[in-house]
Design a protein around this ligand. Structure first.
Ligand code: G
Ligand code: G
Ligand code: MN
Ligand code: NA
Length: 255
């Protein structure tokens, strides 16, 4: 079964990779950060999507280990980029509910940051709404406050999907919303999406939160977003997720 392969992959580490997708400022296209996305290169099945193997890891008690691998690998990559003299940009990693509630997230973060000599401000944490609304999330406010006090920035991923509650925007210490690509896809033509996106941008501005629009693929979407006051985007229009070497080559070309 696939799960044995996942155990092997975790034990060896050589079938797992992080890919990186850049985030851009609309105004001038500048790269302002990137998201790390986990990939599993299975020896027989080829690339397995995290959408398939993350639930598997969660069911089989492997998510803590997998999450720790992502933390260590992203920090290790950031220190390699620093040694190569490449720009130091914040990297955002995805944190699952299991990591938040069963693991020792703070310990893994501090240990990794110390080992690789990276500042917490360089490692952002993306949490999905389901994490924030998890019944175990009762004590999440002080934990997020402590993570932010160390310097980490916190984003809500897939914002607007799931069981959205506006009350956590009021109560949680957050830096950024990542507007789910389901709301971006039919822009600018769909009036409902256009209204929702405009309203979220206005609300975020009032709350002092950054917004990253996800899944931007067309100039029509980009123009709408810019006119609605969105500053930051991530999507195939600018760049697909790619291995570290590809991102490096892009930077080297700019030097
Ligand atoms: O990159 P892709 O579209 O294949 O990602 C599919 C899903 O897997 C997305 O919801 C993404 O957030 C999630 N994902 C990707 N990498 C990680 C990771 O390192 N940890 C967790 N928890 N989720 C991830
Ligand atoms: O759930 P999360 O937002 O972390 O998932 C991010 C995923 O979205 C990545 O796995 C990436 O492969 C995918 N993605 C990024 N940009 C685009 C895009 O422009 N279009 C589509 N369809 N998917 C995208
Ligand atoms: Mn994400
Ligand atoms: Na998302």
């Amino acid at each position: 079964a696939l799960v044995y392969g996942l155990r092997d992959a975790l034990a060896n580490g050589d079938q797992l990779e992080l890919h990186y997708q850049t985030q851009h400022r609309i105004m001038d296209g500048a790269v302002v950060g990137m998201e790390a996305l986990l990939r599993w290169r299975h020896p027989e099945h080829g690339m397995v999507s995290p959408a398939d193997f993350i639930p598997l890891a969660e069911r089989h008690g492997l998510m803590g280990q997998l999450g720790n691998w992502v933390i260590d690998e992203s920090l290790s990559q950031m220190s390699r980029w620093r040694e190569l003299g490449l720009p130091q940009l914040p990297v955002w990693i995805n944190i699952s509910a299991i990591q938040m509630f069963q693991g020792e997230l703070e310990t893994a973060l501090s240990a990794g940051l110390a080992r690789h000599g990276i500042e917490p401000s360089q490692l952002g944490l993306e949490l999905t709404e389901s994490v924030l609304l998890d019944e175990r999330a009762g004590d999440i406010v002080p934990r997020l406050e402590a993570l932010r006090a160390k310097g980490h920035r916190i984003a809500i991923d897939d914002f607007g999907m799931g069981y959205s509650s506006l009350s956590y925007l009021k109560n949680l210490p957050l830096d950024k919303l990542k507007l789910d690509r389901a709301f971006i896809r039919s822009l600018p033509d769909d009036p409902a999406d256009a209204a929702i996106v405009s309203a979220v941008l206005a609300m975020a501005r009032g709350l002092g939160l950054d917004v990253v629009a996800e899944g931007v693929e067309t100039h029509g979407q980009l123009d709408f977003l810019q006119q609605a006051g969105c500053r930051l985007v991530q999507g195939y229009l600018y760049a697909r997720p790619g291995p570290a070497e590809v991102i490096e080559a892009q930077w080297q070309a700019l030097k």
